[in-house]
Ligand binder design. Structure first.
Ligand SMILES: NC(=O)c1ccc[n+]([C@@H]2O[C@H](COP(=O)([O-])OP(=O)(O)OC[C@H]3O[C@@H](n4cnc5c(N)ncnc54)[C@H](O)[C@@H]3O)[C@@H](O)[C@H]2O)c1
Length: 266
């Protein structure tokens, strides 16, 4: 029997990349999974997850034998988030695990960041996490159980040139998660943060591209003590699994999966 048999997990940004790997990892441990993704279009240099991606991932997840509910949803829309949480509870009977993973990136010198890009980053990476936490906590509180993991980034632990706007959102969610962890600590709910270094997903490398990292990734690679360009989504899922199977003694913590970058900070 898997460690998450009978649990229901809700994963934002679950159509592909890390969210997809998390959905597969949690399903392999017996969880029923909701994947929410396919946001409204944004003005970015790479495409976002689609409803086709959602359906394809849901099919793969169900091969583990549990249920997978794909929900098209944009974390920037609070009503859509609340409706998706309600649908989860009515279809799957509860919501025990939240993985607030949806996010976008945009790079460039700060004086070239447009208002539009700044707002897209803040609305998705910070306000989007707020929307999801606010909708999910009352459900977990009623059951006096919850495991919440927020995806930040090693960019939320340090400054990185040309990632200032993104990093501001990723520092922000750490403050949000630590504060909420204190609010719910007596109610059986844990809130932790995961900080991956560069991950080999469509966010940094188009799916049909060869595996040559771009200039920014190469710069990050040179800064990392372990000299490899990126980690794989499954490396992050292993950390996630630790946090969501914890019996309830780890909360307010930040797990850095950073190719040794942690050795250079604090
Ligand atoms: N890839 C990296 O190098 C890296 C490193 C550290 C942290 N992260 C963070 O990890 C998380 C997952 O990213 P990934 O690497 O899997 O990238 P990805 O682009 O492959 O996946 C992100 C998913 O989030 C979805 N999404 C984006 N905005 C959304 C919105 N407003 N509403 C709903 N869904 C939305 C996208 O459609 C996409 O499917 C993000 O928060 C990202 O910032 C990524």
């Amino acid at each position: 029997m898997g460690a998450l048999e009978g649990r229901v997990a809700f994963i934002t940004g679950g159509a592909r990349g890390q969210g997809r790997a998390h959905a597969l990892a949690l399903a392999a441990e017996g969880a029923n999974v909701v994947i929410a993704d396919a946001p409204r279009p944004m003005n970015l240099t790479y495409p976002l997850g689609t409803e086709d991606d959602l359906r394809a991932t849901a099919k793969e997840v169900e091969e583990f034998g549990g249920l997978c509910l794909p929900i098209p949803m944009d974390v920037r829309d609070p009503d859509a988030v609340s409706a998706a949480v309600d649908e989860t509870v009515s279809s799957l009977g509860g919501l025990d695990i939240l993985v607030a993973n949806a996010g976008i990136v945009s790079t460039g010198p700060l004086d070239e960041v447009t208002d539009e890009v700044w707002h897209q980053l803040v609305d998705t990476n910070l306000t989007g996490v707020f929307h999801v936490l606010r909708a999910v906590i009352p459900v977990m509180r009623r059951r006096r159980f919850g495991r919440i993991v927020v995806t930040s980034s090693m960019g939320g632990r340090m400054g990185i040139p040309e990632l200032g706007a993104y990093n501001a959102t990723k520092w922000g969610v750490i403050g949000l998660a630590k504060s909420v962890a204190l609010e719910v600590a007596k109610e059986g709910i844990t809130v932790n943060v995961i900080c991956p270094t560069t991950v080999h997903t469509p966010m940094v490398q188009p799916v049909d591209a060869d595996d040559v990292p771009d200039e920014l990734v190469q710069r990050m690679m040179r800064a990392n003590p372990i000299p490899q360009p990126w980690i794989e989504p499954e490396d992050v899922s292993r950390g996630l699994l630790y946090l969501v199977t914890d019996p309830g003694v780890v909360t307010g913590s930040v797990l850095e999966i950073g190719l040794g970058g942690s050795a250079r900070i604090h």
